[in-house]
Design a protein around this ligand. Sequence first.
Ligand code: GLA
Length: 712
Amino acid sequence: MTETLWRVDSADTTLLLTARNTTDVPSIVWFGDLLPENACKDSAMIAALTDLPLPMAKLDASVSLSLFPQRSSGIDCMPALKGHFDGRFFDHHLYRDSVELDDQEVRIVLKDTAAQLEVILQLALHRTTGVLSITTTLINHADSTYNVDWLASASMPLPGSYRECLHLHGRWGLEFQQQRTVISPGTLMLHSHRGRTSHERYPGVMVGAAGFNENTGDVMAANLAWSGSHASTIELLSDGRLCYQSGVSLDPGECRLESGESLQTPVCYFKRHTCGGLNQVSHALHQTMRAEILPAWTRTERPVHANSWEALYFNHDIDTLKSLIDAAAEVGAERFILDDGWFVARRSDNAGLGDWVVDSNIYPDGLHPVVEHVRSRGMQFGLWFEPEMINPDSDLYRDHPDWVLHLKPHATPLARNQLVLNLDLPQVFDYLYQHIAALVREYRIDYIKWDHNRDLIMAGDGVRSRLMQQTRACYCLMQKLTTEFTELEIESCSSGGARADWGVLSYTGRVWTSDSIDAIDRVQIQRGYSYFNPPEIMGAHVGHAEAHLTGREINIHTRAIVALQGQYGYEIDARKLDDDEKQTLLGYVSFYKANRSWLSSSRTWRLDSAVDNLVCSGLVSEDQCISWWFSVAQASLSQTVAGNMVLCGLNPAVDYQVRLASSNLHQLRTFSKKVPDWLTSGAVVNGAVLMTIGLSLPVMPAQSALLIEVKC
Ligand code: GLA
């Protein structure tokens, strides 16, 4: 028996792989805290420590849970690859051909010479953050067609102590809701078969030892960078081993590799922190995302948006728009986004999608008067598109009914009166590229709100599924546009937050997390989003006093404070604001502008709360000199007094000036006989004290919020 070890280190993490025999697929022995340099050089010792006992009534030899589980090995879990050559080689047997270790990367080549299949596993450990990325490539060297039913991006063994999973579920208008699930014997499956990331299930999880919370516990994140159908599983085997897998969820017959063809999966990212809880894991994810994934423009100061949607819906006219633009400029907006309703026949959501031509009935001189007005007020201009979609009531559909995804002979169900274009058809891709590029060029569009408002159902080319290709073609279209227009920024919107994964965020760089601008609903939506994504790529708008989606009345301070958790903006009819409201918003917007330079590299600290309905979090600058702390009462609190808010991530050796930064003290005073002294006078407090004793909060009635600034 020859044991082989491969080791990669980052600043805080060690990845240790092992294989018993020369042909075995490597397994992960350790992925977690950095191990001492000399700790595991002795491969015989590692072999002895990881030697598996052999229970009765199973195979006669023990089986490792490798990085590429295969049924032919006898392992009980779901295989990393399911496929066949017209029924042959339904069980493949890929053995290790080579392992190359190069700096931070490991490249493992597996081969099945009988089936003539090759698999390449590529692992890379991010040098500073310890985030591990894994992608898998399958190559068909045989003469015949190989049908792929499932190819995991990654198969990751989880520590045996892990028994809880935090995942994000939701629905339209209420995305990123946090759900804790106990991992029990069997399989936990989280998936979307709808051709988009979905409102229902985000393709990432936080898994850990029971009871992990924001600041304590052993937690691992797994996050699949993919915007189409996806599936993730966590299996607890009868021998106690745990396996996580995730990948693209393929339709039957969708992926056929002809001789010589290959399939490379999207990347799956992992990060483990053995004691620091969810916050530490999020920090590493956010840093990796900023350094490796997001477009460079996300690192510039994020402008204040004003979006026309909830102010106008489809009721566009130039004079109204001009007055809306003026009003938005008066409350500090720096970029005006003309939402849905500007193109031909688009007077409701029944018609027009696909005809990307400005409606000359409303805009006889094109969008020029509007764009010029926007620019004359010192703002950038953004425009809404929904490129992948088409209304049957459109010229494009009348001319090219065969351009839509469909499955003969059935009619595809409509959603929001629309169908989906087959982006993988070159003529469709070119049509969209030409039309969008022409508009970007003509109006020097700074920003596109790229929407995607329906699930993909029966998404075929008439016969075969095109789901995976659709997602890839969309990435290509975004890539092509941003390559030609290097300054162009794109936001990912999908009826709110149904496309908010790390796949699309390589091309976009901002997400509209929800169509609900109800600040109270947003508290949990934004918190859920923050597990995987940093604040500067979260569109967060001040909405109307009565939230359009929920009818809830929320005061202006709470709306503004919650919007300050992300890229601050407005989705409001600013013409209707009274002077007091304008002054209030001007206060918050200037506070945002004065601070946004550090927000884009800040650390997010979500705080655990023992008080029902109290949600607290903070954003701390990289140099720990300045931080913002948010406290929101989502509903009536379970106790009269909210208690102390204990801060995190500050420098314990530094004295900070603490002050209430929100301008709502007058409101808060009316709910108690007295507010804590520091709220009126401010205080100078040592970082260590703020992180142990904390700050006493005032009585907080339902739907109230506070913003506290802590500064060196
Ligand atoms: C989707 C988006 C909204 C808005 C509308 C326009 O619902 O999420 O923000 O852009 O489309 O039709």
